[in-house]
Design a binder for this molecule. Sequence first.
Ligand SMILES: [Zn+2]
Length: 385
Amino acid sequence: MRSIASAAALMLAGAPVSAQTVDVAPFTAHEITPRIHLLSTPDDYYGPAIGNVVLIEQRDGFVLVDSGLNAGNGRAVVRYARSLSPKPIKAVMITHWHNDHPQGISSIRDAYPKVRIIATRQTEAGMLGPEAFDIGYAPGPKWDGAMNMLIAKNKEQLQKLLEAPDTAPDRKERIRKALVQFDAFAGDFSGSYIVPPTETFERQLLIDDPDMPVQILYLGRANTEGDAIAWLPKQKIVATGDIVVSPIPFGFGSYSGDWIETIGKIKALGFTTLIPGHGLPQSDTAYLDRLIAALTDLRTQIAPYAKAGMPVDEVKKKVDFSKSIDTFGTTQRSRANTQALFFDPMTGSVYRELRGEPIVQGEGSPEPDVPRDTPPKPSSKHHKS
Ligand SMILES: [Zn+2]
């Protein structure tokens, strides 16, 4: 059993408001409003990253933002939706192609075969393109065996750390939890497969409803080439995908210049609640400003070296992002993660962007050496709006 905490209530009152018996592991459920819920991995989750899933209950069914990383996550989403209402899941909007957002769809479509799967064309291309299949987390017939190998390798490393005499006790505690979570992940991944979008769009797509219309918007490049957001104009709630990830940002193959502009457009919506791609909801623009400051720092420091044509490996030795890193948390673990998941990979893409060179989607993300499956072919209907 998992506790359900209202994110808004948590932020305002600091206490959970209700309890539910449905098992949504590895997620924790949060009630944003009675008709808008968030499934998010808790602070003590140490397995592979899983994107947030937002459930928006309209009059004739649920609209989802993202679906999780694997078939087990998708089953948890279906269980949770059914615990809220007998209405079907009628649409899933995929914010971007990174595996931890679209790969729960297989189970959602098994439960609701008519579900609309909506993404930008760029996201569709990423989901079905070599990037997804090179990144190593794309499921398929060859996958399960390879994934088991990968998990075994991860667990072996964790086990060694656990047995090492100089590993700190708090780290050992995290490792013990991670070992259990990796096993659960292996079970959840089994049987996952890629489901291509049924529909793509250019700039906006409306899923109308008398009480809770959902505007799906493409505001420009940011974390990826095709990030979409969901905007609920009546509730003033926005779900951003990984354009915003907290408490520390992710940046693999991202577009720093456009990202700053896209965040500006999100600020201009005038939201009261922002649901990020990972992490808990935010009620102001403080984190967005921190993100803009970090992206600006990257561009400002790298620009003169990029212009002078200094090789990127030399640039990495010259720049110092420690002040910006500290704005995302000052523990040793937080600093290391911010460096590895954002500033290190972003340094390469900002350098290339400033030199007018193409950005490689997914660049810098972990690339396990596993067999590749052949991607399915796109078959979506395209909306020209
Ligand atoms: Zn993500």
